[in-house]
Design a protein around this ligand. Structure first.
Ligand code: G4P
Length: 542
C-alpha cells in the first residue's frame, strides 16, 4: 500500500465535538461536473485545481494527450480510448473551504456509475460548450440531477472560440430542460473574442489577459462601468443592453429556486484560458449548499452532527496494478470519521473495521486520519461493501439504496478456457458486486454461462478486459438479441416460460426476476394478451 502524507487541510483537532462537526460540514462543498464528452471537463478540473490549494498532488486529470493522470490508469482501455472509466476524487481547499470534486465518467455507457456519483454530491456543475449548448449526455445527466434534487450551476465553456449567442444559449437551457437561467456573470465580447466578464451584482468589469494553455492563472483587471464603457465601446454597450433585457425578464438570482432545482446560476468563461474559473469556485463556495441532513429510507433526516454515517457509492477494484485491491468509496453523511473506528455495515449488521481508510486521488492515495460530512473516504479491501450500502456508528441508519439503471444490452458470457472456470466464477462475482455489470442467470443456462446485462456496450469491454487481466480468465461474449428488461414474478416467469424470443432470468445480486424482450413491440403484444402479467419497468425507464 502506498503510504503518502495525510491531507494538509480539512483536518480538525482530535477533540472534535458535534458542534465542530457542524462547522466542518459547513466548510465543505461536494460536487461533480456533468457534461458531454469534449465539453472540457478535464480541462476545467485542472483549471479549478490551479486556483486552489490542492490537498493531494494532483497534476493533470486525465491521461489525455500525454498528461499525467489523476484519474487512475488501471486499464489500458481507458488510455487507448482517452475516456475515463473510473471515478477519481479530488480534494482541495479554497478560501478556507474544503472542496471535494468527484469525477464522473464522460461516456454515456457508464451512466450507472455517474448516477452513483451523483448520489454522493450536494451540487453539480453543468458544463456546456459555447458552440454546442446542451448535448445528449448533458441532458441525460441533468435528468439524474433533477431526479435526485441536486442543485445545478452552469458554466458555459470555450468562450474563447466562436460559439453561439449568450441569450440564445440561456433560452435553450430554459426551453429544453425547464431550468431558469440566472446569469451571475456576462461576457463582454462575442464568443471567440472574449474581453472579460461583467459581474452582474455590482456591474464591474473584469478584463482578462489570456493565460496560455492553462499554464498559469489568467490575470484580470477590474474596471468600473464608466471606464469599461469608454475602453470597450460597442462590446460593452451590447453586454449592457443584454443585461438590461435580463433584468426586465426577471432573471435575477433567486437562492430558493436554485436550491429547489428550478433555476441555475450561469457563468461564462474558458477553462483552457483559465477565464471565469475562479468565479466558478467563488460561486461554489458562496452559493452551492454545504452537506445537509440526509433522509434515511423512511424519509427521516439524519443531521450532519449525528454520529458517523456514510453511503457507499462506488466499489472499485484494481485501481492500481501494484495493489490489486478493492476500494469502497464512502461519502460521509454525518458525524466525524476517524480512521480505526469500527462501524456497522447496515446490510449485514456486521462490524466493519476502518484501519485502511484512505483519501483516493486516482492512483495517488494518502492515509486519511479523519473526515467530515461531504468528504469521501476510500476503504481498502472492503470486500463486503456494495454500492448503495450504509455504514454507521452508534445510532443505526439505513439510507435509501441507489437505484440501478435498466439494462439495454445483453450478452451470454462463458470462459474461453475451461481450466479457468474457478477464476471466471470469482471474477464474475466480484464484478457483479462492484456493480460494473448486472449478472443474470437461469437453471437453463447454468452457472457457467451467465448473461451479462449492461446499460452501454462498453461495459462488456470493461468486463472482458478485467476478467482476462485480473482473473486470468479470458471470456467469450455472445451478444443476445434482447433490448429491454421488465421485472416480473414467479407466476410471470412460469407464464413466459414457453414464449418464443423471451427469456426470464434471475438477477444474482438481488434475486429479482427479469423478463428480457427483443423489442418494445414484442413487450407490448405480450402485455396486451396477458393483462394480468407483472411486467414492471426498471428504474431508469420507469
Ligand atoms: P472532456 O474531459 O469533457 O472530454 O474534455 P477535455 O477537457 O478533454 O477537452 C476537450 C477538448 O476541448 C480539448 O481539446 C481541450 O483542450 C478543449 N477545451 C477545453 N476547454 C476549452 C476552452 O475553454 N477553450 C477551448 N478553445 N478549448 C477547450 P483537444 O484538442 O481535444 O485535446 P488537447 O490536446 O488540448 O488535450
Amino acid at each position: 500500500m502506498t503510504a503518502v502524507s495525510a491531507p494538509s487541510t480539512g483536518e480538525a483537532s482530535p477533540e472534535t465535538t458535534a458542534g465542530d462537526t457542524g462547522a466542518e460540514a459547513r466548510r465543505r462543498r461536494t460536487f461533480a461536473v456533468i457534461s458531454h464528452p469534449d465539453a472540457g471537463k478535464s480541462t476545467l478540473t485542472e483549471a479549478l485545481a490551479l486556483h486552489a490549494e490542492v490537498i493531494s498532488a494532483a497534476g493533470a486529470v486525465h491521461g489525455k494527450g500525454g498528461r499525467r493522470g489523476v484519474t487512475s490508469d488501471w486499464m489500458d482501455m481507458e488510455r487507448e480510448r482517452g475516456i475515463s472509466v473510473t471515478s477519481a476524487v479530488l480534494q482541495f481547499s479554497y478560501r478556507n473551504q474544503v472542496i471535494n470534486l468527484l469525477d464522473t465518467p464522460g461516456h454515456g455507457d457508464f451512466s450507472e456509475d455517474t448516477y452513483r456519483v451523483l448520489a454522493a454530491v450536494d451540487a453539480a456543475v453543468m458544463l456546456l460548450d459555447a458552440a454546442k449548448g446542451l448535448e445528449p449526455q448533458t441532458l441525460k445527466l441533468f435528468d439524474v440531477c433533477r431526479d435526485r434534487g441536486v442543485p445545478v450551476l452552469t458554466f458555459v465553456n470555450k468562450w474563447d472560440r466562436p460559439g453561439r449567442e449568450p441569450l440564445e444559449l440561456l433560452d435553450e437551457v430554459e426551453q429544453t430542460i425547464g431550468l431558469r437561467p440566472m446569469p451571475i456573470t456576462w461576457p463582454v465580447g462575442i464568443a471567440g473574442d472574449l474581453h472579460g466578464l461583467v459581474e452582474r451584482a455590482d456591474g464591474r468589469f473584469h478584463r482578462f489577459t489570456r493565460a496560455a494553455h492553462g499554464a498559469a492563472k489568467a490575470t484580470s483587471q477590474v474596471l468600473d462601468a464608466d471606464r469599461a464603457a469608454v475602453e470597450e465601446g460597442p462590446d460593452w454597450q451590447r453586454a449592457v443592453e443584454e443585461l438590461a433585457l435580463l433584468d426586465e425578464i426577471g432573471a435575477g438570482y433567486d437562492e430558493q429556486a436554485f436550491a429547489a432545482g428550478t433555476a441555475t446560476p450561469v457563468m461564462f468563461g474558458s477553462a483552457l484560458s483559465n477565464i471565469g474559473v475562479a468565479r466558478l469556485l467563488d460561486a461554489l463556495v458562496d452559493l452551492a449548499p454545504p452537506p445537509g441532513p440526509r433522509p434515511d429510507q423512511k424519509g427521516e433526516p439524519r443531521p450532519v452532527e449525528a454520529p458517523f454515517s456514510g453511503l457507499v457509492f462506488k466499489v472499485q477494484a484494481s485501481m492500481d496494478r501494484s495493489h490489486r485491491d478493492r476500494v469502497a468509496f464512502v461519502r460521509v453523511c454525518s458525524g466525524r470519521f476517524e480512521r480505526g473506528m469500527v462501524l456497522t455495515h447496515d446490510a449485514t449488521g456486521r462490524p466493519f473495521a476502518t484501519k485502511y481508510a484512505q483519501a483516493m486521488f486516482g492512483r495517488d492515495r494518502s492515509t486519511i486520519s479523519e473526515a467530515f460530512p461531504g468528504d469521501i473516504v476510500g476503504l481498502v479491501n472492503a470486500t463486503a461493501l456494495r454500492p448503495g450500502d450504509t455504514l454507521w456508528a452508534e445510532q443505526p441508519v439505513t439510507f435509501p439504496t441507489i437505484p440501478s439503471f435498466a439494462p439495454e444490452h445483453f450478452a451470454a458470457c462463458r470462459v474461453a478456457d475451461m481450466s479457468k472456470t474457478k477464476q471466471f466464477r470469482k471474477g464474475i462475482e466480484q464484478l457483479d458486486s462492484e456493480g460494473v455489470i448486472q449478472v443474470l442467470s437461469s437453471d437453463l443456462r447454468g452457472d457457467q454461462a451467465p448473461v451479462l446485462a449492461a446499460v452501454g456496450p462498453l461495459q462488456f469491454e470493461v468486463v472482458s478486459a478485467r476478467l482476462a487481466d485480473e482473473f486470468s480468465a479470458p471470456v467469450k461474449l455472445d451478444r443476445l438479441d434482447y433490448s429491454l428488461a421488465r421485472r416480473t414474478d414467479p407466476a410471470g416467469a412460469e407464464a413466459l416460460r414457453s414464449a418464443v424470443g423471451i427469456e426470464v432470468l434471475t438477477r444474482r445480486l438481488d434475486g429479482e426476476l427479469l423478463a428480457l424482450f427483443p423489442h418494445k413491440w414484442r413487450l407490448q403484444a405480450v402485455a396486451q394478451n396477458n393483462p394480468d402479467l407483472l411486467l414492471a419497468p426498471l428504474v431508469a425507464d420507469a
